[in-house]
Write a protein that binds this ligand. Structure first.
Ligand code: ADP
Length: 474
Protein backbone atom coordinates (compact mmCIF):
# COMPACT_ATOMS: atom_id res chain seq x y z
CA UNK A 1 0.00 0.00 0.00
CA UNK A 2 1.32 3.41 -0.92
CA UNK A 3 0.12 6.48 0.92
CA UNK A 4 -0.15 10.09 -0.14
CA UNK A 5 -0.70 13.50 1.38
CA UNK A 6 -4.25 14.79 1.55
CA UNK A 7 -4.23 18.57 1.20
CA UNK A 8 -7.13 20.87 0.40
CA UNK A 9 -9.34 18.03 -0.75
CA UNK A 10 -6.73 16.46 -3.06
CA UNK A 11 -4.42 13.48 -2.74
CA UNK A 12 -0.85 14.28 -3.77
CA UNK A 13 2.64 12.79 -3.62
CA UNK A 14 4.99 15.73 -3.80
CA UNK A 15 8.13 16.03 -1.71
CA UNK A 16 11.71 14.94 -1.58
CA UNK A 17 11.30 11.33 -2.77
CA UNK A 18 9.60 8.63 -0.76
CA UNK A 19 9.82 7.05 2.67
CA UNK A 20 9.58 3.27 2.78
CA UNK A 21 7.34 1.69 5.36
CA UNK A 22 8.63 -1.56 6.83
CA UNK A 23 6.96 -4.49 8.52
CA UNK A 24 8.87 -4.85 11.82
CA UNK A 25 7.94 -8.55 12.04
CA UNK A 26 9.56 -9.48 8.72
CA UNK A 27 11.84 -6.60 7.79
CA UNK A 28 10.03 -6.33 4.44
CA UNK A 29 9.07 -3.06 2.81
CA UNK A 30 5.28 -3.01 2.60
CA UNK A 31 4.68 0.39 1.05
CA UNK A 32 5.75 3.99 1.02
CA UNK A 33 4.60 7.55 1.54
CA UNK A 34 5.90 10.79 0.03
CA UNK A 35 8.61 12.59 1.94
CA UNK A 36 6.88 15.94 2.35
CA UNK A 37 8.40 19.00 3.99
CA UNK A 38 7.91 22.77 4.29
CA UNK A 39 5.83 23.19 1.13
CA UNK A 40 3.32 20.48 1.95
CA UNK A 41 2.99 21.59 5.58
CA UNK A 42 2.42 25.19 4.48
CA UNK A 43 -0.15 24.20 1.86
CA UNK A 44 -2.02 22.05 4.36
CA UNK A 45 -2.10 24.78 7.00
CA UNK A 46 -3.31 27.34 4.48
CA UNK A 47 -6.04 24.97 3.28
CA UNK A 48 -7.12 24.41 6.89
CA UNK A 49 -7.05 28.13 7.51
CA UNK A 50 -9.20 28.86 4.45
CA UNK A 51 -11.72 26.21 5.47
CA UNK A 52 -11.95 27.35 9.10
CA UNK A 53 -14.46 30.24 8.85
CA UNK A 54 -17.13 28.13 7.21
CA UNK A 55 -16.48 24.91 9.17
CA UNK A 56 -16.42 26.69 12.52
CA UNK A 57 -19.88 28.10 11.82
CA UNK A 58 -21.49 24.72 11.15
CA UNK A 59 -23.54 23.33 14.02
CA UNK A 60 -22.17 20.76 16.42
CA UNK A 61 -25.07 18.57 15.27
CA UNK A 62 -23.87 18.67 11.68
CA UNK A 63 -20.30 17.94 12.72
CA UNK A 64 -21.55 15.06 14.89
CA UNK A 65 -23.34 13.56 11.88
CA UNK A 66 -20.10 13.51 9.89
CA UNK A 67 -18.12 12.18 12.84
CA UNK A 68 -20.65 9.39 13.36
CA UNK A 69 -20.37 8.43 9.69
CA UNK A 70 -16.61 8.25 10.13
CA UNK A 71 -17.06 6.23 13.32
CA UNK A 72 -19.28 3.71 11.53
CA UNK A 73 -16.86 3.41 8.62
CA UNK A 74 -13.93 2.84 10.99
CA UNK A 75 -15.80 -0.02 12.65
CA UNK A 76 -16.93 -1.47 9.32
CA UNK A 77 -13.32 -1.53 8.19
CA UNK A 78 -11.69 -2.39 11.51
CA UNK A 79 -10.21 -5.70 10.30
CA UNK A 80 -8.74 -4.11 7.21
CA UNK A 81 -7.24 -1.15 9.07
CA UNK A 82 -6.13 -3.45 11.88
CA UNK A 83 -4.18 -5.54 9.40
CA UNK A 84 -2.44 -2.46 7.97
CA UNK A 85 -1.65 -1.38 11.52
CA UNK A 86 -0.16 -4.76 12.46
CA UNK A 87 1.87 -4.85 9.27
CA UNK A 88 3.44 -1.45 9.75
CA UNK A 89 3.72 -1.45 13.53
CA UNK A 90 3.90 -5.06 14.67
CA UNK A 91 1.31 -5.33 17.44
CA UNK A 92 -0.84 -8.49 17.48
CA UNK A 93 -3.83 -8.29 15.15
CA UNK A 94 -6.36 -8.56 17.99
CA UNK A 95 -4.71 -5.57 19.70
CA UNK A 96 -4.65 -3.66 16.40
CA UNK A 97 -8.36 -4.26 15.81
CA UNK A 98 -8.93 -3.29 19.44
CA UNK A 99 -7.08 -0.06 18.74
CA UNK A 100 -9.43 0.74 15.85
CA UNK A 101 -12.43 0.14 18.11
CA UNK A 102 -10.81 2.31 20.76
CA UNK A 103 -10.17 5.04 18.15
CA UNK A 104 -13.77 4.88 16.98
CA UNK A 105 -14.95 5.25 20.57
CA UNK A 106 -13.25 8.66 20.73
CA UNK A 107 -14.96 9.68 17.50
CA UNK A 108 -18.45 8.81 18.74
CA UNK A 109 -17.86 10.20 22.21
CA UNK A 110 -16.64 13.56 20.92
CA UNK A 111 -19.39 13.67 18.29
CA UNK A 112 -21.76 13.82 21.26
CA UNK A 113 -19.60 15.96 23.53
CA UNK A 114 -19.29 18.63 20.83
CA UNK A 115 -22.98 19.37 21.44
CA UNK A 116 -22.14 20.35 25.00
CA UNK A 117 -19.74 23.21 24.38
CA UNK A 118 -21.54 25.23 27.01
CA UNK A 119 -20.67 28.81 27.83
CA UNK A 120 -22.17 30.56 30.87
CA UNK A 121 -23.51 33.83 32.19
CA UNK A 122 -22.29 35.28 35.47
CA UNK A 123 -24.19 37.70 37.74
CA UNK A 124 -22.51 41.11 37.41
CA UNK A 125 -21.37 43.23 40.34
CA UNK A 126 -22.68 46.42 38.66
CA UNK A 127 -26.18 47.23 37.45
CA UNK A 128 -26.74 47.24 33.72
CA UNK A 129 -23.97 44.81 32.93
CA UNK A 130 -24.17 41.34 31.47
CA UNK A 131 -21.24 39.00 31.76
CA UNK A 132 -21.25 36.32 29.15
CA UNK A 133 -18.68 33.57 28.56
CA UNK A 134 -18.56 31.93 25.15
CA UNK A 135 -16.65 28.91 23.97
CA UNK A 136 -15.35 28.88 20.44
CA UNK A 137 -13.04 26.63 18.41
CA UNK A 138 -9.39 27.53 18.82
CA UNK A 139 -8.69 27.57 15.05
CA UNK A 140 -6.32 25.59 12.86
CA UNK A 141 -4.98 22.56 14.75
CA UNK A 142 -1.82 20.66 13.81
CA UNK A 143 -1.07 17.24 15.20
CA UNK A 144 2.07 15.11 15.44
CA UNK A 145 1.61 11.50 16.49
CA UNK A 146 3.89 8.54 17.28
CA UNK A 147 4.18 5.00 15.92
CA UNK A 148 3.01 3.00 18.94
CA UNK A 149 -0.70 3.81 18.50
CA UNK A 150 -0.92 5.00 14.90
CA UNK A 151 -4.73 5.06 14.89
CA UNK A 152 -5.70 6.00 18.43
CA UNK A 153 -3.29 8.88 18.96
CA UNK A 154 -4.54 10.60 15.84
CA UNK A 155 -8.23 9.84 16.47
CA UNK A 156 -8.24 11.21 19.97
CA UNK A 157 -6.85 14.51 18.71
CA UNK A 158 -8.76 14.71 15.45
CA UNK A 159 -12.21 13.81 16.80
CA UNK A 160 -12.41 16.51 19.50
CA UNK A 161 -10.79 19.10 17.24
CA UNK A 162 -13.37 18.51 14.50
CA UNK A 163 -16.22 18.28 17.01
CA UNK A 164 -15.18 21.66 18.42
CA UNK A 165 -15.24 23.23 14.95
CA UNK A 166 -11.49 23.36 14.33
CA UNK A 167 -9.82 22.41 11.07
CA UNK A 168 -7.02 19.89 11.20
CA UNK A 169 -3.62 18.95 9.80
CA UNK A 170 -2.13 15.59 10.80
CA UNK A 171 1.45 14.42 10.59
CA UNK A 172 1.63 10.72 11.37
CA UNK A 173 4.85 9.01 12.45
CA UNK A 174 7.32 8.17 9.71
CA UNK A 175 7.27 4.47 10.60
CA UNK A 176 3.48 4.09 10.65
CA UNK A 177 1.78 6.48 8.21
CA UNK A 178 -0.38 3.95 6.33
CA UNK A 179 -2.96 3.47 9.08
CA UNK A 180 -3.52 7.23 9.09
CA UNK A 181 -3.88 7.29 5.30
CA UNK A 182 -6.55 4.58 5.46
CA UNK A 183 -8.38 6.42 8.24
CA UNK A 184 -8.32 9.57 6.12
CA UNK A 185 -9.80 7.70 3.15
CA UNK A 186 -12.72 6.79 5.38
CA UNK A 187 -13.03 10.31 6.80
CA UNK A 188 -13.24 11.65 3.24
CA UNK A 189 -15.92 9.09 2.47
CA UNK A 190 -17.77 10.30 5.58
CA UNK A 191 -17.94 13.72 3.93
CA UNK A 192 -15.64 16.19 5.70
CA UNK A 193 -15.38 19.18 3.34
CA UNK A 194 -12.27 20.25 1.48
CA UNK A 195 -9.59 21.79 3.70
CA UNK A 196 -11.19 20.68 6.97
CA UNK A 197 -8.98 17.59 7.29
CA UNK A 198 -5.47 17.45 5.87
CA UNK A 199 -2.66 14.93 6.11
CA UNK A 200 1.03 15.46 5.48
CA UNK A 201 3.63 12.69 5.59
CA UNK A 202 7.37 13.19 5.64
CA UNK A 203 10.17 14.88 7.53
CA UNK A 204 9.16 15.43 11.15
CA UNK A 205 11.65 18.21 11.80
CA UNK A 206 10.81 20.17 8.64
CA UNK A 207 7.07 19.79 9.05
CA UNK A 208 7.37 20.46 12.79
CA UNK A 209 9.18 23.75 12.12
CA UNK A 210 6.37 24.97 9.87
CA UNK A 211 3.74 23.75 12.33
CA UNK A 212 5.32 25.82 15.10
CA UNK A 213 6.05 28.96 13.09
CA UNK A 214 3.18 29.45 10.65
CA UNK A 215 1.04 32.34 11.92
CA UNK A 216 -2.25 30.65 10.90
CA UNK A 217 -1.76 27.73 13.30
CA UNK A 218 -3.43 28.17 16.70
CA UNK A 219 -2.87 24.82 18.37
CA UNK A 220 -0.31 22.03 18.35
CA UNK A 221 -1.25 18.68 19.80
CA UNK A 222 1.62 16.24 20.14
CA UNK A 223 2.19 12.74 21.47
CA UNK A 224 5.75 11.49 21.63
CA UNK A 225 8.89 11.65 23.70
CA UNK A 226 9.57 14.21 26.42
CA UNK A 227 12.71 15.20 24.54
CA UNK A 228 10.86 16.14 21.33
CA UNK A 229 8.02 17.62 23.38
CA UNK A 230 10.47 20.05 24.99
CA UNK A 231 11.91 20.93 21.60
CA UNK A 232 8.43 21.65 20.21
CA UNK A 233 7.55 23.71 23.29
CA UNK A 234 10.58 25.88 22.67
CA UNK A 235 9.72 26.28 19.00
CA UNK A 236 6.08 26.98 19.85
CA UNK A 237 7.03 30.02 21.89
CA UNK A 238 7.61 31.79 18.57
CA UNK A 239 3.88 32.05 17.86
CA UNK A 240 2.66 31.49 21.45
CA UNK A 241 1.02 28.32 20.24
CA UNK A 242 -1.62 26.70 22.36
CA UNK A 243 -0.12 23.29 23.27
CA UNK A 244 -1.21 19.85 24.34
CA UNK A 245 1.72 17.51 24.97
CA UNK A 246 1.38 13.83 25.81
CA UNK A 247 4.93 12.79 26.61
CA UNK A 248 6.91 9.99 28.15
CA UNK A 249 6.09 8.10 31.29
CA UNK A 250 7.68 5.71 33.71
CA UNK A 251 4.72 4.06 35.34
CA UNK A 252 5.06 2.40 38.73
CA UNK A 253 2.88 -0.53 39.72
CA UNK A 254 2.47 -1.07 43.47
CA UNK A 255 1.18 -4.40 44.70
CA UNK A 256 0.17 -4.45 48.37
CA UNK A 257 0.09 -7.59 50.48
CA UNK A 258 -3.72 -7.56 50.62
CA UNK A 259 -4.12 -7.38 46.83
CA UNK A 260 -6.31 -9.86 45.01
CA UNK A 261 -3.39 -11.81 43.56
CA UNK A 262 -5.15 -12.97 40.41
CA UNK A 263 -6.42 -9.48 39.64
CA UNK A 264 -2.96 -8.04 40.23
CA UNK A 265 -1.27 -10.54 37.89
CA UNK A 266 -3.92 -9.92 35.24
CA UNK A 267 -3.55 -6.14 35.65
CA UNK A 268 0.23 -6.24 35.52
CA UNK A 269 0.19 -8.41 32.39
CA UNK A 270 -2.27 -6.00 30.74
CA UNK A 271 -0.34 -2.91 31.74
CA UNK A 272 3.19 -4.21 31.22
CA UNK A 273 3.05 -6.49 28.20
CA UNK A 274 0.43 -4.86 25.98
CA UNK A 275 1.98 -3.70 22.71
CA UNK A 276 5.18 -5.52 23.78
CA UNK A 277 5.60 -2.88 26.49
CA UNK A 278 5.69 -0.07 23.96
CA UNK A 279 3.14 2.32 25.42
CA UNK A 280 3.73 5.47 27.43
CA UNK A 281 1.41 4.20 30.17
CA UNK A 282 2.98 0.73 30.40
CA UNK A 283 4.02 -0.24 33.89
CA UNK A 284 7.78 0.15 33.85
CA UNK A 285 8.68 -0.81 37.43
CA UNK A 286 6.87 -3.00 39.90
CA UNK A 287 6.99 -2.52 43.66
CA UNK A 288 5.72 -5.51 45.59
CA UNK A 289 5.26 -5.67 49.34
CA UNK A 290 7.96 -7.87 50.84
CA UNK A 291 5.62 -10.48 52.38
CA UNK A 292 4.08 -11.49 49.02
CA UNK A 293 7.06 -10.84 46.75
CA UNK A 294 8.03 -14.48 46.28
CA UNK A 295 4.54 -15.68 45.40
CA UNK A 296 3.81 -12.68 43.19
CA UNK A 297 7.07 -12.98 41.25
CA UNK A 298 6.56 -16.68 40.67
CA UNK A 299 3.03 -16.17 39.38
CA UNK A 300 3.99 -13.23 37.20
CA UNK A 301 6.86 -15.24 35.74
CA UNK A 302 4.50 -18.10 34.93
CA UNK A 303 1.95 -15.81 33.30
CA UNK A 304 4.60 -13.88 31.33
CA UNK A 305 6.28 -17.00 30.00
CA UNK A 306 2.98 -18.07 28.45
CA UNK A 307 2.78 -15.02 26.22
CA UNK A 308 3.56 -16.16 22.68
CA UNK A 309 6.08 -14.02 20.80
CA UNK A 310 5.98 -13.67 17.02
CA UNK A 311 4.47 -12.02 13.98
CA UNK A 312 1.34 -10.18 15.09
CA UNK A 313 -0.62 -11.65 12.19
CA UNK A 314 -0.07 -15.21 13.46
CA UNK A 315 -2.70 -16.92 15.57
CA UNK A 316 -2.26 -16.68 19.32
CA UNK A 317 0.65 -14.22 19.27
CA UNK A 318 0.51 -11.89 22.26
CA UNK A 319 3.85 -10.11 21.85
CA UNK A 320 4.89 -8.75 18.48
CA UNK A 321 8.30 -7.46 17.46
CA UNK A 322 9.86 -4.36 18.89
CA UNK A 323 9.52 -1.53 16.45
CA UNK A 324 13.17 -1.36 15.38
CA UNK A 325 16.81 -2.08 16.16
CA UNK A 326 17.18 0.94 18.46
CA UNK A 327 14.17 -0.19 20.44
CA UNK A 328 15.60 -3.69 20.76
CA UNK A 329 19.03 -2.48 21.80
CA UNK A 330 17.54 -0.23 24.46
CA UNK A 331 15.69 -3.18 25.99
CA UNK A 332 18.85 -5.31 25.90
CA UNK A 333 20.80 -2.50 27.54
CA UNK A 334 18.23 -2.12 30.34
CA UNK A 335 18.27 -5.86 31.08
CA UNK A 336 22.05 -6.10 30.96
CA UNK A 337 22.44 -3.11 33.24
CA UNK A 338 19.94 -4.58 35.71
CA UNK A 339 21.71 -7.93 35.76
CA UNK A 340 25.08 -6.25 36.28
CA UNK A 341 23.60 -4.38 39.24
CA UNK A 342 22.25 -7.55 40.86
CA UNK A 343 18.87 -8.33 39.29
CA UNK A 344 17.94 -11.97 38.67
CA UNK A 345 16.30 -13.07 35.44
CA UNK A 346 13.26 -15.10 36.40
CA UNK A 347 12.01 -15.58 32.84
CA UNK A 348 13.09 -14.22 29.46
CA UNK A 349 16.09 -11.94 29.38
CA UNK A 350 16.82 -12.65 25.76
CA UNK A 351 15.45 -12.22 22.27
CA UNK A 352 16.07 -13.02 18.64
CA UNK A 353 16.69 -10.92 15.59
CA UNK A 354 16.31 -11.89 11.97
CA UNK A 355 16.10 -9.86 8.74
CA UNK A 356 15.63 -6.53 10.47
CA UNK A 357 12.98 -7.97 12.78
CA UNK A 358 13.57 -7.72 16.51
CA UNK A 359 11.72 -9.92 18.99
CA UNK A 360 12.29 -9.76 22.73
CA UNK A 361 10.89 -12.39 25.06
CA UNK A 362 8.66 -11.40 27.96
CA UNK A 363 11.02 -10.89 30.85
CA UNK A 364 10.57 -10.77 34.59
CA UNK A 365 13.44 -9.58 36.76
CA UNK A 366 13.59 -9.84 40.54
CA UNK A 367 15.89 -8.08 43.03
CA UNK A 368 15.56 -4.80 41.15
CA UNK A 369 17.00 -1.70 42.84
CA UNK A 370 16.47 2.02 42.33
CA UNK A 371 19.87 2.57 40.70
CA UNK A 372 19.02 0.46 37.65
CA UNK A 373 18.26 2.08 34.29
CA UNK A 374 15.08 0.06 33.99
CA UNK A 375 13.81 1.69 37.20
CA UNK A 376 14.43 5.20 35.87
CA UNK A 377 14.17 5.37 32.09
CA UNK A 378 11.36 4.33 29.78
CA UNK A 379 12.22 0.79 28.63
CA UNK A 380 9.55 0.47 25.92
CA UNK A 381 9.85 -3.29 25.95
CA UNK A 382 8.40 -6.41 27.61
CA UNK A 383 10.49 -6.25 30.77
CA UNK A 384 9.00 -6.32 34.28
CA UNK A 385 11.49 -5.53 37.06
CA UNK A 386 10.31 -6.31 40.58
CA UNK A 387 11.55 -4.47 43.65
CA UNK A 388 10.24 -4.97 47.17
CA UNK A 389 9.06 -2.45 49.77
CA UNK A 390 7.93 -2.55 53.40
CA UNK A 391 5.46 0.29 54.01
CA UNK A 392 2.83 2.13 51.98
CA UNK A 393 4.64 5.43 52.56
CA UNK A 394 7.83 3.96 51.16
CA UNK A 395 5.95 2.63 48.11
CA UNK A 396 4.47 6.04 47.35
CA UNK A 397 7.81 7.72 47.80
CA UNK A 398 9.52 5.26 45.45
CA UNK A 399 6.71 5.64 42.92
CA UNK A 400 6.91 9.44 42.94
CA UNK A 401 10.68 9.58 42.71
CA UNK A 402 10.82 10.38 38.98
CA UNK A 403 10.55 13.34 36.65
CA UNK A 404 7.59 11.64 34.96
CA UNK A 405 3.98 11.69 36.09
CA UNK A 406 1.78 10.04 33.50
CA UNK A 407 0.27 6.79 34.78
CA UNK A 408 0.58 4.79 37.99
CA UNK A 409 -1.13 1.62 39.12
CA UNK A 410 -1.67 -0.10 42.42
CA UNK A 411 -3.44 -3.16 43.70
CA UNK A 412 -5.10 -3.42 47.08
CA UNK A 413 -8.44 -4.53 48.47
CA UNK A 414 -8.24 -1.96 51.26
CA UNK A 415 -10.27 1.23 50.87
CA UNK A 416 -8.17 3.22 53.32
CA UNK A 417 -4.79 2.16 51.97
CA UNK A 418 -6.02 2.67 48.42
CA UNK A 419 -7.34 6.12 49.24
CA UNK A 420 -4.02 7.14 50.77
CA UNK A 421 -2.05 5.85 47.79
CA UNK A 422 -4.34 7.24 45.09
CA UNK A 423 -4.32 10.69 46.68
CA UNK A 424 -0.56 10.80 47.11
CA UNK A 425 0.63 9.57 43.73
CA UNK A 426 1.85 12.46 41.57
CA UNK A 427 0.36 11.05 38.40
CA UNK A 428 -2.31 12.21 35.95
CA UNK A 429 -3.79 8.73 35.61
CA UNK A 430 -4.09 6.27 38.48
CA UNK A 431 -5.34 2.71 38.04
CA UNK A 432 -6.58 1.15 41.28
CA UNK A 433 -6.87 -2.58 40.66
CA UNK A 434 -7.01 -1.58 37.00
CA UNK A 435 -4.18 -2.12 34.53
CA UNK A 436 -5.98 -0.54 31.58
CA UNK A 437 -7.71 2.71 32.61
CA UNK A 438 -7.64 4.59 29.26
CA UNK A 439 -11.08 5.36 27.87
CA UNK A 440 -12.67 8.05 25.71
CA UNK A 441 -14.78 9.64 28.44
CA UNK A 442 -11.95 10.18 30.95
CA UNK A 443 -9.10 12.72 30.85
CA UNK A 444 -5.76 11.17 29.91
CA UNK A 445 -2.51 13.04 30.45
CA UNK A 446 0.48 13.61 32.60
CA UNK A 447 1.93 15.73 35.35
CA UNK A 448 5.55 16.91 35.62
CA UNK A 449 7.65 16.13 32.52
CA UNK A 450 4.98 13.82 31.13
CA UNK A 451 3.22 16.71 29.50
CA UNK A 452 0.70 19.49 29.39
CA UNK A 453 -3.06 19.10 28.97
CA UNK A 454 -5.45 16.17 28.77
CA UNK A 455 -7.03 14.12 26.01
CA UNK A 456 -10.42 12.45 26.36
CA UNK A 457 -13.26 13.49 28.59
CA UNK A 458 -14.57 17.03 28.85
CA UNK A 459 -10.99 18.23 29.15
CA UNK A 460 -10.25 16.68 25.77
CA UNK A 461 -12.80 18.96 24.11
CA UNK A 462 -11.81 21.98 26.17
CA UNK A 463 -8.30 21.59 24.76
CA UNK A 464 -9.62 22.73 21.39
CA UNK A 465 -11.69 25.66 22.66
CA UNK A 466 -10.96 29.28 23.38
CA UNK A 467 -12.79 31.07 26.16
CA UNK A 468 -14.19 34.46 25.22
CA UNK A 469 -15.55 36.85 27.84
CA UNK A 470 -18.09 39.33 26.52
CA UNK A 471 -18.96 42.21 28.82
CA UNK A 472 -22.21 43.90 27.79
CA UNK A 473 -23.39 47.25 29.09
CA UNK A 474 -27.13 47.62 28.62
P1 ADP B 1 8.71 8.14 19.61
O1 ADP B 1 9.64 7.51 20.58
O2 ADP B 1 7.27 7.89 19.89
O3 ADP B 1 9.08 7.92 18.17
P2 ADP B 1 9.38 10.87 19.12
O4 ADP B 1 9.18 12.03 20.02
O5 ADP B 1 10.74 10.64 18.59
O6 ADP B 1 8.83 9.65 19.94
O7 ADP B 1 8.41 10.97 17.90
C1 ADP B 1 7.04 11.25 18.04
C2 ADP B 1 6.58 11.95 16.80
O8 ADP B 1 7.26 13.20 16.71
C3 ADP B 1 6.87 11.22 15.50
O9 ADP B 1 5.81 11.44 14.61
C4 ADP B 1 8.11 11.90 15.01
O10 ADP B 1 8.20 11.81 13.61
C5 ADP B 1 7.87 13.33 15.47
N1 ADP B 1 9.10 14.10 15.61
C6 ADP B 1 10.34 13.68 15.86
N2 ADP B 1 11.22 14.69 15.88
C7 ADP B 1 10.52 15.83 15.63
C8 ADP B 1 10.84 17.22 15.53
N3 ADP B 1 12.08 17.68 15.69
N4 ADP B 1 9.85 18.09 15.27
C9 ADP B 1 8.60 17.64 15.12
N5 ADP B 1 8.23 16.37 15.22
C10 ADP B 1 9.17 15.46 15.46
Amino acid sequence: MDGRHYINGEWSNTGDGKIDVMNPATGEVIGSVPNGGEQEATDAIEAASAAFPEWSKTTAYHRADLLMKWHDLLLEHKEEIGEILTKEMGKPLAEAIGEIEYSASFVSWFAEEGKRMYGRTIPASKEGKRIQINKQPVGVVVSITPWNFPAAMMARKMAPALAAGCTFVAKPAKMTPLTAVKMYELAIEAGFPKGVINLVTGSASKIGKVFTSHPDVRKLTFTGSTEIGKELMKQASETMLNLSLELGGHAPIIVLEDADMELAIEGVIASKFRNAGQTCVCGNRIYVQQSIAYEFSKKLGEAASQLKVGNGLDEGVKIGPLVDKDGYEKVEKHVQDAVEKGAKVLVGGDGRTENNAYFYNPTVLTNATSDMLVMNEETFGPVAPIMTFETDEEAVQLANNTRFGLAAYFFTESMSRGTYISENLDYGIVGWNDGAPSTAQAPFGGMKESGVGREGGQEGLEAFLETKYISIKV
